[in-house]
Design a protein around this ligand. Structure first.
Ligand SMILES: Nc1ncnc2c1ncn2[C@@H]1O[C@H](COP(=O)(O)OP(=O)(O)O)[C@@H](O)[C@H]1O
Ligand SMILES: [Mg+2]
Length: 383
C-alpha cells in the first residue's frame, strides 16, 4: 500500500515520484572489512517512495541523520542511486551530467539550507539571477528583456523595488533576503518542482514564517510541487499538505499533515511530536531539532549495521518480539484515507499474538508539548 494510490484529482497530478529509492554510501575500509565479504556501507536511505504533486507541498520530516538530505540529493540527481526509480511525469529518469542533467534541473530545482553558502560572495544578485535565467533560456530578448525578467524574479520573491537588490552582494543582505534570492534563482529555471532542504532552519526565528509564506504563495501561483524537508514537525502541519516521517533511512509514517501531526500513529512520530514545541508557535519552533526534537528519547541507531526488523524497535516503548526480526510494511491506520504507518501495532494478527501489556495503540491526538519546552526552544533557536 502506498499513498499514491489515493486517487488524485487532475490538479494533483504527480510531477516527480520516487519509488523504492535506496542509497548506500560505501565507508572507508578497515582491516576487519577486508576480511569480510560484504563491504561496509551506510544505509542512508532505504526503500523511500514519495509522490510530489502539482500545487501541493509534501513534508519530509525526521531528526538529523535520518536521510532527508540524501533523498533530496537523489531526487535532484546529484548522486547515483543504489536502487529504486525516479520518475518525472511517469517516465523513469537517470541522468548524470551533460545536457540531460541540465534539462532535468530546469524542471527540478534544489534549495539548500544555508543561503550564504549557496550564493557566491564575490557576485551580485544580478549576476546570480542572470546566470540562472541564461542557463535555462529564460533571459528574454535583448537587454530590456533581461531587465524585465530580473525584475520579475525579484518581485515574485517580494524583494521590491528590484533596483534596490539587483546590485547588492550576498553579505549586504539579511539571511531571509539571501534565501529569497536563492529561491528567485531557482525560479529563474521556471521549474515544476522545488526541493527545499530545511529552507528556513538557518534563518532567524522572526523571518522563518515570511519565507514559508513565500513558498506557499509560489506553490499556489505557479502550481509548483514542493518537497519541504524539515526536522520540525510542527511546521509541517502548518505548511504541508502531506507529511512523511523518516527514521534512520526509512519511511515510518505518512498521510495528510493534519492527521499525521494531530493523530500520530507510529511510536516514533509520537515521540517526535511530544518533544516538539507548541505547533501554534511556528515562528519559534524551527530550531527545535537541536533544542527538543532530538533530545530525551535515546540515540538513533548505527546506519552501518542498522537494527534488524523495525529500525526503531530498540527505542520503541511499544516494541513486541516480532519488531526485532521482521520489517513492518506500511499498513493502513484506518482513521483517515491514506494514513499509514510501518508498524506492527497496525497489524491486528501481530497485536493479537504478541502485544505486551504496555503496547497501547494511540487512541487520540497527542497534546502539544508544554510551554516550558517551547520557551526553551525559543531561546535556543535563534542562533
Ligand atoms: N556522502 C556521504 N558519504 C557517507 N555517508 C553519508 C554521506 N551523506 C550522508 N551520509 C550519511 O547518511 C545518513 C543520512 O544523512 P542525511 O541524508 O544528510 O540526513 P539528514 O538530512 O536527515 O540529516 C547519515 O548517517 C550521514 O552520515
Ligand atoms: Mg539534512
Amino acid at each position: 500500500m502506498t499513498l499514491t494510490e489515493s486517487a488524485p484529482a487532475p490538479a494533483d497530478e504527480v510531477v516527480l515520484e520516487a519509488v523504492g529509492l535506496t542509497k548506500h554510501f560505501p565507508v572507508r575500509r578497515r582491516l576487519r572489512d577486508l576480511l569480510s565479504r560484504t563491504p561496509a556501507v551506510v544505509h542512508a536511505v532505504d526503500d523511500v517512495s514519495i509522490a510530489l504533486r502539482r500545487g501541493r507541498v509534501t513534508a519530509l520530516v525526521g531528526e538529523s541523520g535520518s536521510g532527508k538530505s540524501t533523498v533530496a540529493r537523489l531526487l535532484a540527481q546529484l548522486y547515483p542511486r543504489t536502487a529504486g526509480d525516479i520518475r518525472l511525469h511517469g517516465r523513469s529518469t537517470r541522468v548524470r551530467g551533460g545536457h540531460r542533467f541540465r534539462a532535468y534541473v530546469r524542471r527540478v530545482q534544489l534549495i539548500l539550507q544555508d543561503p550564504f553558502a549557496s550564493l557566491n560572495p564575490v557576485h551580485t544578485v544580478r549576476y546570480h539571477l542572470t546566470r540562472s535565467l541564461r542557463i535555462h533560456g529564460n533571459a528574454g530578448t535583448g537587454p530590456d528583456g533581461l531587465e524585465k525578467a530580473l525584475a520579475g524574479l525579484l518581485t515574485r520573491v517580494a524583494l521590491t523595488p528590484p533596483e534596490r537588490y539587483l546590485d547588492a552582494f550576498p553579505h549586504e543582505l539579511s539571511g531571509g533576503q539571501r534565501q529569497r534570492v536563492a529561491i528567485a534563482r531557482a525560479l529563474g529555471a521556471d521549474p515544476e518542482v522545488l526541493l527545499a532542504d530545511e529552507p528556513v532552519s538557518m534563518l532567524d526565528v522572526s523571518i522563518r514564517l515570511g519565507v514559508l509564506n513565500l513558498l506557499q504563495d509560489l506553490k499556489d501561483r505557479l502550481d509548483l510541487a514542493i518537497l519541504y524537508i524539515t526536522h520540525d514537525i510542527a511546521s509541517a502541519r502548518y505548511f504541508a499538505d502531506e507529511t512523511i516521517v523518516m527514521y534512520a533511512g526509512r519511511m515510518v509514517e505518512g498521510g495528510d499533515s493534519e492527521t499525521v501531526t494531530q493523530r500520530p500513529a507510529h511510536p516514533y512520530t509520537r515521540l517526535l511530536i511530544e518533544s516538539a514545541p507548541d505547533p501554534e508557535r511556528i515562528t519559534g519552533a524551527g530550531g527545535d531539532g537541536a533544542a527538543a526534537g532530538e533530545r530525551g528519547h535515546g540515540e538513533p541507531p548505527s546506519l552501518i549495521r542498522p537494527p534488524a526488523g523495525c529500525r526503531f524497535h530498540p527505542r520503541c516503548p511499544a516494541a513486541m518480539p516480532r519488531c526485532a526480526t521482521d520489517l513492518p510494511p506500511p499498513m493502513p491506520v484506518d482513521d483517515a484515507p491514506g494514513h499509514w504507518a510501518a508498524c506492527w501495532l497496525y497489524d491486528a494478527d501481530t497485536v493479537a499474538t504478541e502485544k505486551p501489556a504496555n503496547a497501547e495503540k494511540p487512541a487520540k491526538a497527542e497534546k502539544p508539548a508544554n510551554t516550558e519546552h517551547a520557551e526553551q526552544a525559543g531561546t535556543e533557536a535563534g542562533r
